[in-house]
Design a binder for this molecule. Structure first.
Ligand SMILES: [Mn+2]
Length: 572
């Protein structure tokens, strides 16, 4: 891991401190993020619902609204067609709430990950037809469904496709009614999650009807969960969704969420994106991963206490099972790599009949992170392989799949995270093609870079710094958490924990005080040297955590190194 320090000109910082009247810390953080004008600051620090873009910037949004209102007028039934991950179920559940609130007869359909593929499915269309659905709106899915849409139209069902995945243009695409920022020429913000795109459709309908949008935002916490779970860049409209969503969730109107937060001990506190991504979303995800996806959407819509209780119990069970499955697949592959002579591999391409298609995504991510190479894992069943691909900076796996589209039954996704379905007998050929493309990019393994905002001694951490940090949150892709460095620190009472002892907790002593600290996925670095006698340069950020009901300061260690001088004494 390479450390990169931001080099800000001190005169510029002084000038901006006077001009903006912010603390020096906040000024530096903003400048380091390219936020250097009053306008940008306003957008960045105060993401407000007033600043949402006009949904009618999407080409043909008016046609979409017309279809929905037409159906409403005639009292016909609308079906939302979701997807099985958190983004897909939240997008569906949000539209159900949004449309029910204005008297539209709406139901939802969530495909089963185990039995159905990606995108629309003819059997599902038949199911919707039998239940009287006259219009289908897909959310977070629907790519490359020309044939299925034709089929639906043939039996009198109209289809609107909303999605945010990259779509490979197909013959006949122009016949489809698609709302997708990545395909729009006019809508300039490209990074909405599927739930965010669903929000835009609802905004358009409410606007057209003259209903105050505040009414709609009563359920924006659902959109927030999908947006956080899908790991989209935390910029622009996504910041508005997340800020507002985190506020709304505290008094959520979704009964299931109230109970779930009670179970997770998250009630009566400020919810953060970390709470959502580490605790809430894995539980929601677990249902879809093991094949009961619809229940995930039910969770957001049912009112019956007993039913909610059962769903949460089911989530806990599935989540446990999912973790066990993930763990065993990961260790199996990891052991294989450790036993293999060749440590200089450029990619991983592995398949098995024993793997569960619902959990290989997470395993691919972990492997790609650990070995810093593109990873393709394929679950085989009945002559068909379902693949999950995760890539690394500089290698666009989506484009690679596109180049061999004719060999795949289906594919979709994003630049660094994609999936495909293919016949088992095609897999060798696919691997050859991928290998060639990866070699062609000629990319040497790039070292990971940690961007550091500046030096900050931990004893100087105070409420003012924490407030500054809070004011430019939420953090994530596109707005990385600010990182500081402090030097020559020692670790005390270090304890490893977690699966395979990957993490550690410790105390940092400085200036007569002890600070509790935690480091995730860094325990392996501790094996390299005895820690007790060493001093370390530590890259970290401070955070407030709840411990036994009390709020305490914790140092989150992101990386560390033996202090240079010390190291030199021993080696010279
Ligand atoms: Mn999505």
């Amino acid at each position: 891991m390479r450390w990169e320090f931001s080099g800000l000109d001190n005169d510029l910082v002084d000038k901006k401190v006077r001009e903006w009247e912010f603390t020096e810390n906040l000024t530096r953080l903003l400048l380091n993020r390219g936020v250097d004008t009053k306008e940008k600051i306003e957008e960045f620090i105060e993401p407000h619902v007033e600043k949402f873009r006009d949904p009618f910037e999407f080409e043909r949004m008016d046609t979409v609204v017309e279809k929905i209102l037409n159906l409403k007028e005639k009292g016909k039934k609308l079906y939302i067609y979701g997807d099985y991950d958190v983004d897909g179920i939240t997008a569906a559940a949000f539209l159900v709430h949004a449309f029910r609130a204005i008297g539209i007869d709406v139901e939802y359909y969530i495909p089963n990950r185990m039995e159905e593929g990606y995108g629309l499915d003819k059997k599902a269309i038949d199911y919707i037809d039998q239940r009287g659905g006259k219009l289908i709106i897909t959310v977070d899915t629907g790519v490359n469904s020309v044939e299925e849409v034709e089929y639906a139209k043939g039996i009198g069902i109209d289809v609107v496709i909303t999605d945010h995945h990259k779509i490979v243009k197909e013959e006949g695409d122009e016949k489809l009614l698609i709302i997708n920022p990545k395909l729009s020429d006019r809508y300039t913000f490209k990074f909405l999650a599927g739930a965010g795109v669903a929000l835009k459709v609802a905004q358009a309908v409410y606007k057209k009807l003259g209903i105050p949008l505040e009414k709609l935002y009563e359920y924006i916490d659902i959109v927030m969960i999908g947006t956080v779970a899908d790991v989209v860049p935390m910029v622009d409209e996504n910041r508005i969704i997340i800020k507002k969503g985190l506020e709304v969730i505290k008094n959520t109107k979704v009964k299931g969420l109230t109970y779930l937060m009670r179970y997770l001990k998250l009630q009566n506190k400020d919810i953060t994106t970390t709470d959502v991504s580490f605790f809430i979303s894995p539980l929601l995800n677990s249902l879809g991963r093991i094949g009961v996806s619809k229940v995930g959407a039910d969770f957001f819509t049912v009112e019956d206490d007993f039913e909610i209780y059962n769903i949460i119990e089911e989530m806990k069970k599935s989540n446990k099972k999912r973790r066990e499955l993930e763990r065993s697949i990961f260790s199996e592959i990891d052991a294989e790599i450790q036993n293999n002579e060749d440590k200089d591999f450029k990619y991983l391409f592995l398949k098995s009949e024993r793997w569960h298609p619902g959990v290989i995504g997470v395993v691919s991510s972990r492997l790609a992170m650990k070995y810093n190479v593109p990873v393709v894992l394929i679950a085989l069943r009945d002559g068909i392989g379902k693949a999950s691909c995760r890539s690394i900076k500089g290698i666009n796996v989506f484009n690679m799949l596109r180049e061999m589209g004719d060999r795949l039954l289906r594919f979709g996704g994003h630049d660094l995270a994609a999936g495909f379905i293919a016949e088992t007998e095609m897999l060798d050929e696919i691997e050859e093609k991928l290998k060639a493309s990866i070699n062609e990019t000629g990319r040497e393994k790039e070292e990971k870079v940690l961007k550091i905002d500046g030096k900050f001694p931990i004893e100087n951490i105070d409420d003012s710094l924490l407030e500054d940090l809070n004011s430019i949150s939420p953090y994530g892709l596109g707005n990385e958490h600010p990182l500081f460095i402090d030097e020559a620190l020692s670790f005390e009472n270090l304890k490893k924990f977690g699966v395979e002892n990957r993490h550690f907790k410790t105390f940092i002593r400085k200036g007569g005080k002890r600070y509790s600290a935690v480091a995730f996925d860094l325990a392996h670095k501790i094996d390299e040297f005895g820690y007790a006698l060493q001093k370390f340069d530590v890259v970290y950020h401070p955070e407030k955590v709840y411990y036994r009901g009390e709020e305490i300061l914790q140092i989150r260690i992101k990386d560390f190194r033996v202090k240079d001088d010390f190291y030199n004494i021993f080696t010279k």
